[in-house]
Every structure is written in structure tokens, then in C-alpha cells.
Design a protein around this ligand. Structure first.
Ligand SMILES: Cc1cc2nc3c(=O)[nH]c(=O)nc-3n(C[C@H](O)[C@H](O)[C@H](O)COP(=O)(O)O)c2cc1C
Length: 430
């Protein structure tokens, strides 16, 4: 799966990596596929065994130091692109329509400026916090990213091991390609289980029961996926899939990509009536019904307005994640960081507010906290690190966030997270 023939090649790539425009990368991939098909006299990357191999073969073992050499989180993206088959990278990279919401999520952090203060005692910088009674080392968690074995053969197992070694919270996707029971063993601490609400209540109930029985300490229901997979216009993914000549049936049941057909969380449940990841009537009443079903904490992921946040407070939920699914569902062109202030104002400190989308620097984490977030989630960067280096890549991604956050806390004169107040950032146009 890895295109790197040697350590030196990989090192050169790291040193010189700046993201190729997607279209340029796509055409390079197309040429590479055509060349390799010609050289072995067959469709190089087609046929069930080739497909299985490309999905499952481990990248060549890479010395630890290389993952640690990557300079910043963004630099993992071109490395992931090199390591992955086009359709899998396209799936990871895609937004919808023109991918502008995806880009806005990231760019909008540039509109916030930090007011650096002097004269604080910076002898100890503490990035720790308490969330739901548990001590977190970092205000950063790994958000749900579907089936991670699409990006590395060790998938969620590698991510769980990285979460354990770096003591960060993990949110496992409903589509996880590894069973929650195994993840809990590897993580050695409770994880959050993300829940797609599905259009079959019995199946949804079954998923909640299994996750809670296994030991998940929160159910995170995603409410932003009401546009069906067929409706959602994932154009970048479609373009990438067109140049990927592998046969998907080796891994995807009946060449279908529906997670309920393959993800372990659905195993043993009758999924024959599931057609969508969300019911058409995902109303507050539906949520109240779920609230009664979930015994532990219930967090709602996918909120973007103060109005919806205020409505939620009466349903007895335990937390809110401001998220537009990494710009993957609707092209609103509104960055999640720009939604934070109104949601925080509506919630009035009654439950923790988390935010994800476009967080690529420790200073982005700092800005989100200054605007009122309790902690932030990261999606794509964990998969970039995973695809490029397995567990070590995810660890390195987390180390960079930690290092950069400590640096900006020191530079801004805020030795603790509690010291990062609302006056620590300004919007450029405010
Ligand atoms: C490939 C991929 C798969 C995802 N799968 C899920 C999922 O299964 N459930 C979910 O709630 N969010 C899912 N998300 C959204 C992430 O949890 C998160 O909201 C988003 O990626 C954050 O944006 P970022 O990628 O810019 O960090 C996925 C995101 C990506 C990139």
C-alpha cells in the first residue's frame, strides 16, 4: 500500500511535502495506476485478491523517528495520500459540492487573533482538565471516523493504542471496523460510542445496549446525517473512485458501502429494515425517546445554532458537539468555530460544549477554548497519521497538538486552560 520504497524517499517526501492540489494528485494517481497495470499485464489493482491486499497490506515498517519527524499536522495529509488507494483517500478527503464548508472550517481559524498577555508565572504549563469527572491530559479527543481499517490494517486498534499511550478520549464510530469490546481492552479506559440513529428503532436500541454493556461511558448521537448517502453530493470522493480500478467486493459486501452490513456494532441485529443512517423524523420527541433508552451519558453531535442548543437543554442531554461532520454533509459555508459563540451563549454552562472541524494547530485548540469550548475533536488528522505510520502516526499527531498548545499557552500568558478566558481572542472583523 505504501508507495515509499525506502526510508530516504519517505524522508525526502516529508522534507518537501506541501499538499498537491487535489486535481493534480488525482491525475498523478491515474497515471501511476495505468503504468502499474501495464507493467504486470493485468489491471494491477483489480481483482478480489488485489483489492484485499491493497486494503489490508501493512505499509512497510517505518522507524519511529520518521513519524516524529513530521513537522505539523497538515504535513500528514500528503503522506496519507501517498499511502492510500485513491478511493479510500477520496473518502477521507471529501466534503460535499465544492468542499467549501470543509475548507471554511479550517480557514476560519485564521480570522481569530490571539491577545497575548505578559507577566504571568509560566513555570508550569498545564493542559489538563476534568470532563465528566475524568481527568484528561489534553483538551483534544479523537472523533468518530467510520471504519478505520480503510486507512490502515490495524485501524481502530492502532488508534485505541495511541489514545491509551497519549491518554486521550476516543469516540468510536458506529461504523468502526473493530468491535468495541476489543477497543475497550486496548484503550484501557471507557470510550464514547458514536451512534448513527438509523431508521429502525429496534436496531438503534440494540446498538445502544451493546455499547453500554461493553462499557461505553457515553453515547454520542449524530444528528447531522439526515441527507442520505445517495443524496449527499460527495463529489471529491466520486472523482477519486473513478480512477480507482480495484474491485471493491473483496471487502465491501455486495459492493455496497452501507456500514450496517459490515460494522461489528450491528452484528447479530436484524438490519434488513435499515435503509438510512437516520430516521426521517429525527425530532425532539425522537431524541426524548433515545434519552429514556440511554442509561448513561447522552451527547448530541452535529449542532450549529444557539436555537437548537437551547431546545436540547430540556431533553436532559449531557453534552453538545458543534459539528458539521467535517463539511461532509451540507455545504452551508459556515465554519464550526463561527458557530461556537452562539451555542455557548445558549447553553449557559449547563453542559459541556465540544467543537470539531478544521482544527489543525495547537493555536486552533486555544482559540476554540477561548470561545467557550470545553474540548475539541479531531477527525481527518488522526486518519492521516494512521494511514502514514499506523499507531505512531496517530501518536505523533497528538504530540504535535500537545506541543503547539503548550507553546501558545506559554506565549499568550495562560499557564492553565482555566486562564484562557474569552478576552484571549478577537475576531479580525469584530
Ligand atoms: C472519513 C470520515 C469518516 C467519518 N465518520 C464519522 C462517523 O462515523 N460518525 C460521525 O459522527 N462522524 C464521522 N465523521 C466526522 C468526524 O467525527 C468529525 O466530525 C469531523 O471529521 C471533524 O472535522 P475534521 O476532519 O476537519 O477534523 C467522519 C469524518 C471523516 C473525515
Amino acid at each position: 500500500m505504501s508507495n515509499f520504497r525506502s526510508r530516504a524517499t519517505r524522508r525526502q517526501f516529508i522534507a518537501g511535502s506541501t499538499a498537491l492540489p487535489f486535481a493534480a494528485w488525482l491525475s498523478a494517481s491515474q497515471k501511476a495506476l495505468a503504468a502499474s497495470a501495464a507493467s504486470d499485464g493485468s489491471a494491477a489493482s483489480s481483482g478480489p485478491s488485489a483489492a484485499a491486499a491493497s486494503a489490508a497490506a501493512a505499509p512497510a515498517a517505518t522507524p519511529k523517528s520518521l513519524a516524529a519527524d513530521v513537522l505539523n499536522v497538515r504535513d500528514f495529509e500528503p503522506l496519507a495520500r501517498q499511502a492510500l488507494p485513491p478511493a479510500h483517500f477520496g473518502y477521507l478527503a471529501t466534503g460535499v459540492d465544492d468542499d467549501r464548508t470543509l475548507k471554511r472550517n479550517e480557514e476560519a481559524y485564521g480570522d481569530y487573533e490571539i491577545r497575548a498577555r505578559r507577566f504571568a508565572d509560566l513555570t508550569h504549563i498545564d493542559t489538563g482538565l476534568t470532563v465528566y469527572g475524568s481527568r484528561w491530559r489534553l483538551p483534544v479527543y479523537l472523533s468518530a471516523v467510520s471504519g478505520l481499517r480503510a486507512f490502515h490494517p490495524e485501524g481502530e486498534a492502532a488508534v485505541a493504542a495511541a489514545a491509551a499511550s497519549r491518554s486521550v478520549q476516543l469516540m468510536l464510530s458506529s461504523g468502526s471496523s473493530t468491535a468495541i469490546e476489543r477497543i475497550l481492552t486496548l484503550r484501557g479506559a471507557p470510550v464514547w460510542q458514536q451512534l448513527y440513529p438509523t431508521d429502525d428503532w429496534t436496531v438503534t436500541q440494540g446498538m445502544v445496549r451493546r455499547a453500554e454493556k461493553a462499557g461505553a461511558d457515553a453515547i454520542v448521537v449524530t444528528v447531522d446525517s439526515t441527507a442520505t448517502v445517495a443524496v449527499r453530493n460527495s463529489e471529491t470522493l466520486k472523482r477519486a473512485a473513478r480512477v480507482d480500478t480495484r474491485v471493491c467486493t473483496a471487502c465491501h459486501v455486495d459492493n455496497r458501502h452501507d456500514m450496517w452490513l459490515k460494522a461489528p456494532l450491528f452484528a447479530g441485529l436484524d438490519v434488513s429494515h435499515v435503509h438510512e443512517l437516520a430516521p426521517p423524523d429525527l425530532t425532539l420527541q425522537w431524541l426524548e425517546r433515545l434519552r429514556k433508552q440511554v442509561k448513561g451519558r447522552l451527547i448530541v453531535k452535529g449542532i450549529l445554532t444557539g436555537e437548537d442548543a437551547a431546545l436540547l437543554l430540556d431533553t436532559g442531554i449531557d453534552g453538545i458537539v458543534i459539528s458539521n461532520h467535517g463539511g461532509r454533509n451540507e455545504e452551508t459555508l459556515r465554519a464550526t468555530i463561527d458557530c461556537l459563540a452562539e451555542v455557548v451563549a445558549a447553553v449557559k454552562g449547563k453542559v459541556p460544549v465540544f467543537v470539531d472541524g478544521g482544527i489543525r494547530r495547537g493555536s486552533d485548540v486555544f482559540k476554540a477554548l477561548a470561545l467557550g469550548a470545553t474540548a475539541v475533536g479531531i477527525g481527518r488528522p488522526q486518519a492521516w497519521g494512521l494511514a502514514a505510520f499506523g499507531q505512531e502516526g496517530v501518536e505523533s499527531v497528538l504530540d504535535i497538538y500537545a506541543r503547539e498548545l503548550q507553546a501558545i499557552m506559554r506565549q499568550a500568558g495562560t499557564p492553565t486552560l482555566a486562564a484562557i478566558g474569552g478576552r484571549a481572542v478577537l475576531h479580525r472583523r469584530a
